[in-house]
Design a protein around this ligand. Structure first.
Ligand code: ADP
Length: 153
């Protein structure tokens, strides 16, 4: 059976932190589905199609990676795509508290799902999509925090 992991998130936009987690996780799975959750309550900075475009660009040479979008519960999406694993990154203890709750609830909702956590590599701990958005909003250069080759204008 193929080992499929879903990496859910907003990716608004993808950062070097996300990219690092995905590349480190690749050897563990046959396929990683990077899944952008459409959240009705949360207005995104970049439109969905743009965020998908960034992800397609970054992983265009990675056959093990699929880009997708979903709405509704992450576990329902996992069932639909036959994924046995959810991938998440941990930067800080605050991430841990947040992720613990979601991971435990997801396990109740779908008992055969396992959430796999990757600890952030130290140099990526401070990178968040929201910091990148602030830099862009104020006309700064975010290139050291995002994967190579992304064009934001
Ligand atoms: P969400 O809206 O679910 O928080 P994000 O796109 O912000 O989605 O993050 C998706 C996943 O990537 C989360 O597990 C988050 O902890 C992880 N992540 C975000 N930034 C980093 C980083 N700099 N290093 C490692 N993991 C990260």
């Amino acid at each position: 059976m193929k080992k499929i992991a879903v990496f859910p998130g907003s990716f608004d936009p993808i950062t070097r932190g996300h990219e690092n987690i995905i590349k480190r996780a690749l050897p563990l799975f046959d396929q990683i589905i990077i899944a952008i959750g459409e959240n009705q309550d949360k207005k995104s900075f970049f439109p969905l199609e743009k965020r998908i475009g960034f992800l397609n660009h970054v992983f265009k040479n990675e056959p093990g990676i699929v880009i997708a979008k979903y709405s509704g519960l992450t576990v329902e999406f996992c069932k639909k795509v036959d994924a046995g694993y959810i991938l998440r990154g941990l930067r800080t203890s605050a991430d841990f508290e947040f992720e613990r709750s979601i991971g435990q609830v997801n396990k109740k909702l779908l008992p055969n799902i396992e959430t796999v956590f990757f600890l952030t590599t130290p140099e990526f701990t401070a990178i968040t999509s929201s910091v990148v958005r602030d830099i862009i909003r104020h006309g700064g250069d975010p290139s050291q925090f995002v994967p190579d080759g992304l064009i934001f204008s």
